[in-house]
Structure formats: C-alpha cells, structure tokens
Ligand binder design. Structure first.
Ligand code: SF4
Length: 346
C-alpha cells in the first residue's frame, strides 16, 4: 500500500504508521498558519459526513493524498473533542463509504490481499481474481448486513471456504472500516490541542445542534415513553439507526420488542426505522406485527445474557444486577417518578 491507498482508506495500520513517521508534528498541524487549509479540510469532511453520510473525494496524487491523510487526523481529533454518539457513527459511516469507492476499484491482487489482511480478513484470490474466504471471517463481517444475499444460507460453502464477488468483498471491507473507525473514537486529546481547534469544533457543534432541533425523530417522536430512561443497549442501537448504520437482525428484534413492550405504537416504531439504510416499509411493518403478535401478547425483549451473546450489550455501571433491558427501563422510570413526587412535596 502507498500514500494514495492510505489517504483513501485512512484507518489502516499502514496509514497510522505513515502519520507516526510524518515530519509534521500534531502541535504544528493544529496551530501553525501554514496548515490552516488542512484543518479546514478536516472540518469540511465532518460536515460532509453529517450532511450526506458520505464523503465523495478520491485522492490520486501524492501531495493531495498526504494532505488528505493529515486532514483525517484533524477530523478524528474534532470528532473526539465533541464526543457525540451520532457524530461518531455518522463520521465512521462516511469514511467507510468513501473507502469502499477506493477498494472496489483495486485491480492488484497483492494489494487487495494486503489490505484485507490489514483489516483482519484473510482472503484467497485465483488467477482471474475470484475471491474466496473462510466462512467464519465471512460471518464476522456480514452479520450486520441483513439483505437476503448476505445470509450464509444463500452462499455456497465448500470445505469451510466460500466464493464471493469482488464487489461483495469491497462491501464487507467497508463494514470492517466502519467498525474500526467507530471503535477508535473518541480518543484522548491534550487540552492545548482542544483549545487550538476550538473554532472548528464550535462550527461542527453548531451544525449538530441545528440538526438536533430540526430532527423529526426526537424526544417528541417517543411521546408517551421516556427516552432518557432507555438502557445503554437500546440507546446505542437507536443512535445507529439515526446515523444510518446497518443493524443486525438480533438488535432490530431487540429494539422493536423493547419499544412495543414499553407501550410505543407500532407506527411510531416504523418511523424510527425509517432512517435505516435499507428501510422497506412493508417488510418493517410485517416484522413489527409479527413481534406484536395478533394474539396481543408481544414477544418480550431478549434478556441481557442473550443480548451479550449476540454482541448487542454495551453493559455500563448503570446496568448493575439488571437481567433484561425492560427491567432497566421500568426501574429508571420508577426512580424518575419518585424523584418528581419528592420534588413536588418539597
Ligand atoms: S446489561 Fe442489559 S440493559 Fe444493560 S446494556 Fe446490556 S443488555 Fe442492555
């Protein structure tokens, strides 16, 4: 891989190493007038990610690629300083989508293999660039992609290996990039760097606040239920939906059953999923009515142990002794109500 690849897929270990060896120190990058255009580019990339969920840039010459990679560092710092769940997810998604554009055009087998290995995927390529991979790698990458074509059942597995198209491989790598960028944010930022980047941070914050006040799916969208009392697993999953991130079947089931069980009307649950990248109204309504069984007995939300097994549990200190997300919610609502009664009495 070279600087052109690093700029277009900036979360690789090669890109990180390149930045580490760069002559330009982080302090200079964040403070010197000479690097103002790089700082602005970093901020612009975030604004583009917020607006479109994608960044349509490609870099093909060395100088522009170097600047782009440095701008990526700046963007990560700004995102880290703001530390907003929606922004982080939206930015990771946009980096992944632009990386996909680069990956799908790679024609060099050695390079493709090297890049896949960097992202933790072991692939084999034959002479005519047919791609095969181990089914466990496939499941790890594809489990959040829930169109029927991604189901393992719809793939041919021979001796543990399955054949996939180059474009499908690019999509799997896109998903890995998204997870990698997201899991690396926020990172620690020294105070003096935070101060130096304040104007850029303020500009991004303003857009986030404007968006939050205009957002149709907000507190009002929940009406009779109290989003502040949602457990971390459900809050994080709803933030994923809002940021346009693909969700696995298991977490979709969890959100839907959770919301129906706490009394949200089915049409409001549909509205929440409308932001999803592969939203299909008919299919969503069918799933919701299936969970909200005709008999009137709604499927209950999966227990915390099941959520953890499915990789859907970001357990926090607040989850102490909780065995089901519904219990978390009911306890929190009870505590909030109690607080209100006490406040009224004072
Ligand atoms: S412990 Fe339970 S309530 Fe808490 S995040 Fe995990 S699944 Fe959700």
């Amino acid at each position: 891989m070279d600087i052109i690849d690093f700029a277009n897929i900036p979360c690789t270990s090669g890109a990180l190493e390149y930045l580490r060896k760069s002559d330009i120190g982080l302090n200079d990058l964040c403070t010197q007038a000479a690097f103002e255009s790089i700082r602005s580019t970093g901020k612009e990339r975030i604004l583009k990610a917020l607006k479109d969920g994608a960044m349509k840039y490609r870099r093909f010459n060395k100088l522009a690629a170097e600047k782009e990679l440095l701008a990526y560092s700046i963007a990560r710092i700004i995102v880290s300083c703001i530390n907003n769940n929606y922004l982080t997810k939206r930015y990771a998604l946009a980096v992944a989508r632009s990386s996909y554009e680069h990956i799908k055009d790679l024609k060099n087998a050695v390079l493709l293999k090297e890049l896949a290995a960097d992202l933790g995927i072991s692939i084999r390529l034959d002479d005519i660039m047919n791609v095969s991979m181990h089914f466990t790698d496939y499941i790890r990458c594809a489990h959040v992609l829930h169109e029927p074509k991604w189901k393992l059942l719809n793939r041919t597995v021979k001796q543990g290996m399955l054949l996939i198209s180059r474009d499908d491989l690019a999509h799997l790598m896109e998903e890995v990039v998204r997870q990698k960028v997201e899991s690396g944010l926020p990172h620690e930022v020294p105070k003096d760097i935070q101060v130096a980047l304040e104007p850029y941070i303020a500009e991004v914050m303003e857009i986030i606040n404007t968006r939050a006040s205009k957002q149709s799916f907000s507190r009002e969208g929940f009406s009779e239920v109290i989003p502040d009392c949602f457990p971390p697993c459900i809050s994080a999953a709803i933030a994923d939906v809002q940021a346009n991130v693909n969700l696995s079947h298991t977490i979709r089931f969890a959100i839907t059953s959770f919301l129906l069980n706490i009394g949200m009307a089915p049409e409001k649950v549909t509205k929440i999923f409308r932001a999803s990248p592969d939203f299909k109204e008919q299919a969503t309504n069918y799933q919701i009515s299936h969970i909200n069984r005709a008999s009137g007995t709604t499927y209950t939300c999966p227990a915390c142990a099941t959520m953890a097994t499915n990789g859907n549990c970001p357990r926090t200190a607040l989850c102490k002794k909780i065995e089901n997300p519904l219990v978390y919610y009911r306890r929190k609502v009870w505590m909030e109500n109690k607080k209100r009664v006490v406040q009224k009495q004072v």
